[in-house]
Write a protein of this length. Structure first.
Length: 327
């Protein structure tokens, strides 16, 4: 007797699988139903590009009701560091942490999202700007955490060690080290602080800069690092480092789709904030008060001037969490 042929090979595989499992009917094996993702939370939009976006400008809950058909892309941005006081360094941009949840890991349920705030500016007496606070997405395969940017260094910065100078003193930029670190802050702007350095960075940012050279105007703090560019931390630059973006971010997100820019240094001159929400530094002629890092950008705050009412730097920008999936 000859062997029966199957015109459709996949039909044979399906019936064979049923037989191995003890099912003699030869019926086709059932396949899991493909269910589009249904989720709530944050500010939602469907801009017509085939995706639905969830933007969290403040802490909240992302709830997946159902779905196993598509992956979820996300970016988590922490708060930017505050600018330093008196010839202050610019604050570093918050960590910019992108990722993807594959379809195999999609699990219905409510998941907490925390959006970090921007760091406060440095205070009189030489305390550097405060670091931004962390943002996070508490998913089962995580949690995914982005660390806040480092604060800008503050004057006086007359060299030496301790709070007034040296690589670990308050005149140097604040760090944003790993795990999940962002960008470091810039140094205070006094040129006698030769040992001062921009703050160190983590995987998701760049180091801050040192005070400006004579060509950039003396007595101006270094710019904070950004997610797209920054130090080395012994490089002189008063402007903040560039932020960064992703191909799928939209113009309303952050600063024209850029996030986590470094703040500019302040002093005799004004360092420009980096694209991605970084604030400009301040000079004695700057308006008072002045804006800090852009809200929901993770941008660093601007450094304070060398005197007068504008001595104080500005705050870093708050973070943001953005998710999207195909619909």
């Amino acid at each position: 007797m000859g062997i029966k042929a199957f015109n459709n090979p996949s039909d044979f595989v399906s019936k064979f699988g049923r037989a191995v499992a003890g099912d003699s009917t030869g019926a086709a094996m059932p396949q899991p139903a493909e269910v589009p993702v249904s989720a709530t939370g944050g500010t939602t939009s469907t801009p017509g590009n085939g995706y639905k976006y969830h933007v969290f400008n403040s802490s909240g809950t992302f709830t997946i009701s159902s779905g196993n058909l598509v992956e979820i892309e996300y970016v988590i941005v922490a708060g930017g560091g505050g600018g330093g006081w008196d010839r202050g360094g610019g604050g570093g941009g918050g960590a910019f942490l992108p990722g993807t949840i594959p379809t195999t890991d999609l699990t219905p349920g409510p998941y907490s999202i925390v959006v970090g705030g921007g760091g406060s500016p440095g205070t009189p007496g030489g305390n550097r700007g405060e670091s931004g606070t962390n943002s996070s997405f508490a998913y089962p395969t995580g949690p995914f955490v982005a660390k806040g940017g480092g604060g800008g260094g503050s004057g006086p910065g007359q060299g030496g060690i301790g709070p007034n100078g040296g690589t670990s003193g308050f005149a140097s930029g604040g760090p944003s080290d790993d795990p999940n670190g962002g960008s470091g802050g810039g140094t205070e702007g006094s040129e006698w602080g030769t040992a001062n350095r921009g703050g160190t960075s983590g995987t998701y940012g760049n180091p801050g800069f040192k005070w400006g050279t004579p060509a950039q105007t003396n007595y101006t703090g270094g710019g904070g690092g950004g997610a797209g560019s920054g130090g080395p931390n012994d490089t002189s630059q008063i402007n903040g480092g560039n932020g960064t973006t992703l191909p799928w971010l939209l113009p309303p997100h952050g600063d024209s789709a850029y996030l986590s820019g470094g703040g500019g240094g302040g002093g005799d001159a004004v360092g420009t904030g980096g694209p991605g929400g970084g604030a400009n530094g301040r000079s004695p002629s700057s308006p008072n008060p002045a804006p800090g890092g852009d809200a929901n950008s993770g941008g660093g705050g601007g450094g304070g001037s060398g005197g007068g009412a504008t001595s104080t730097g500005t705050a870093g920008g708050s973070g943001v969490v953005i998710l999207r999936y195909a619909v």
